[in-house]
Structure formats: C-alpha cells, structure tokens
Design a protein around this ligand. Structure first.
Ligand SMILES: Nc1ncnc2c1ncn2[C@@H]1O[C@H](COP(=O)(O)OP(=O)(O)OP(=O)(O)O)[C@@H](O)[C@H]1O
Length: 336
C-alpha cells in the first residue's frame, strides 16, 4: 500500500449564492482508515462528498483522491472509488440480483466473473436469499445494503457512504453498522458522513466534525474522548424544587428538563446529592445519563455560538489537528 492519501482536501470552499456551505475545509484520509465526517443537518457534509465525486466543483481549494484531482485527471479521479450520496439509485421493478448484474455488465465484467462477484457482494451485505425479490418490496435498510453491494462490485479502494444509516429503523441501523464494521475490518478505506456521534464513535478511527461549513474538530476518536465533558444526568424526584436547591449546593449545574431536572457536574458531587436527597426525605424516582460524554461534546461543538474557539488543537497530540490545518473528505456513489 503506497503512502498516498486516499483523500487529501486542502482549504476547500463552496458557496451557493450568499451561503458558504463549505468554508476553507481541509482533511486527510489515510489508506485503510475509517473516517467519519460528522455534523448536524446543513453542516456541509454532503457538499464535501459531492465535490469528491465531481458532482459539483469547489470554488477554491484542492481535492485529491489517491493523488488524482478533477481538474487534472477528470473522471479517472474516481478510479477505485465507489459509494453513494443520500440513497442508491436502483431499478425498483427488477430484483436485487438483476440490478447488480446490470451494473456488473456496465462495468464490463464477463458473465462468469459478474456472476461470481454478484454472489460475493450479495453475501457480504446479507442479501442472499432475498436477491431474487423485486427491489420495490425491499425495506429501506435492504435498499441501502444493496447500494453498498453495488459499490462493492467494483472492489473499491475507497468506499464513500453518505449517512448510510439515516432513516433506518433500529434493526436496519444495527445491520448497516455491522456491515460497515465488517468492511472496515477487511482493510478497505471508508469515508462515512453521519449526524450520529454514537455511529461514528463505534465505526470510525478519525473524525472531522463540521458545523455550518466549518471544521470544529478533527482528530482521533480517542482524542475526542479525552475532551468530552461530564455528561448530563436526568434526575426525577418527588420534590424537584428542593432537589434543585440541594444540587446547586453541591456545585452541580442544574436546570429544568422534561420530566425532571438535568444535572451536570462531578460524579462525586452527584453521589453526594443522592445521599442528600435521602437525608432530606426526598424520594428518588429516576436517575439516568441523558447523553454520553461524546454526545455532550458533539452538542457543545455544534450548537454553541460560532465565535467560540475550536476544540481541537495541534498541541502535543499530532492526531488533533487545528481547524486551519483542517481535513475533510466526502463522497457519493455516482457510477460512471
Ligand atoms: N445546490 C444547492 N443550492 C443551494 N444551497 C445548497 C445546495 N446544496 C446544499 N446547499 C446548502 O448548503 C448547506 C450545506 O448542505 P449539505 O447538504 O452539504 O449539509 P449536510 O451536512 O450534508 O446536511 P444534511 O445532513 O441535512 O444533508 C445547507 O445550508 C444547504 O441548504
């Protein structure tokens, strides 16, 4: 495997009229890496992926895929790249298998090779057994997995998935995550966009977090964990007013929340609060973490005022790049 980056985006910017959808973003995805681009709706994730797939052109900046770029290499930029943006394009009136056979034919695979590859990829995405049914009858999750199968037909070096679990039910999310993990385990480079911190945490090695077109963090998931704040707990008691006073006295941040109080602060202080509640004769009806530490950090990064400084820093952690060193990658599954 060469040292060339799977994706190297430097200072990428894209505007739509007055809106700067992607604002001087940089990011690098090494070969073999599972890289997440994370952000809330409208952060600019899909716009980055569209630029990678050559569906739109950046206003400025450089975007290389395995060392190739659209202005220099045209459609060869997508050699070894597969995936899809938003949802895969499939023929609903044809079976899953037939869809894949057509695509294999378009890619010039001979009959025997095509048949073997189609079987392999159907097996990989767990659709063998349902492959002769029309796509029209597939669940949304099955369609997404068929889209991944279509991408895998080409034995890509880089697989780009745009929010692959978006809109899936819990079982569909579980299956899709398991599939992406399996692919990642096979050594394939994966670039995944998501708005779900838990998904990225489970699947990715490194992440770029975007907010309104800008990078607010990039670096390793491990580095992100080190920065995560104490998560909030949802506390429900028989007397929330007095419980709030006691929480405040213990130095905990407390605010009203649906069905009780949101309490944030040191775990020892939280333990002491429980003892205080018991001592004061206040009944405890519920105490549960209402977000994970990483979710707390994600909301902090993507919902605070935009003037706030970025969380990542170059400091001593080489994996924690600053925003102006930025990294990014995006893709879509356009077949050419
Ligand atoms: N073709 C376009 N014309 C005008 N505005 C656009 C266009 N494409 C995207 N935008 C705007 O650019 C911003 C970023 O959109 P983008 O789709 O990249 O975000 P995203 O992070 O992928 O969000 P989502 O998860 O909702 O898809 C949004 O404000 C969006 O409305």
């Amino acid at each position: 495997m060469s040292d060339v980056l799977a994706v190297n985006a430097v200072d990428l910017t894209k505007t739509f009229g007055p809106l700067t959808a992607v604002d001087h973003i940089s990011l690098q995805v090494a070969q073999g890496e599972v890289y997440g681009v994370l952000g809330p709706n409208g952060a600019g994730k899909t716009t980055v992926l569209r630029m990678l797939f050559g569906l739109i052109r950046p206003d400025s900046g450089v975007l290389e895929v395995f060392g190739r770029s659209w202005p220099r290499d045209g459609v060869r930029t997508l050699d070894g790249v597969a995936g899809f943006i938003e949802s895969p394009k499939l023929y609903p009136g044809l079976s899953g298998r037939r869809n894949l056979q057509l695509l294999a034919g378009l890619d010039g695979l001979d009959g025997a090779t095509a048949a073997r590859r189609v079987d392999e990829v159907l097996d990989t995405v767990d659709l063998l057994g349902r492959d002769r049914e029309k796509v029209r009858g597939y669940s949304f999750g099955m369609r997404q997995r068929l889209g991944v199968a279509a991408a895998l037909l080409r034995v890509p070096r880089l697989l780009v998935l745009d929010e692959p679990a978006n809109g899936l039910d819990p079982a569909g999310i579980r299956d899709m995550r398991a599939l992406v993990k399996r692919l990642a385990g096979s050594g394939m480079t994966v670039l995944l966009s998501s708005h779900d911190m838990a998904e990225v945490e489970q699947i990715c090695d490194d992440v770029t977090i975007m907010r309104t077109g800008q990078v607010v963090y990039h670096g390793s998931i491990a580095g992100l964990r080190d920065r995560a704040p104490v998560p909030a707990h949802r506390l429900t008691t028989t007397d929330d007013d007095r419980a709030a006073t006691l929480a405040g006295a213990r130095g905990l941040e407390v605010e009203p929340a649906a069905g009780g109080l949101a309490v944030r602060g040191d775990e020892k202080a939280l333990d002491a609060l429980i003892a205080d509640l018991v001592g004061a004769g206040i009944g405890l009806r519920g105490l549960a973490m209402s977000e994970t530490p990483l979710e707390a950090l994600f909301f902090m990064l993507t919902e605070r005022p935009p003037t706030a400084p970025t969380v990542s820093s170059a400091s001593t952690d080489p994996s924690a790049a600053t925003a102006d060193q930025g990294r990014h990658a995006v893709t879509s599954g356009a077949r050419r």
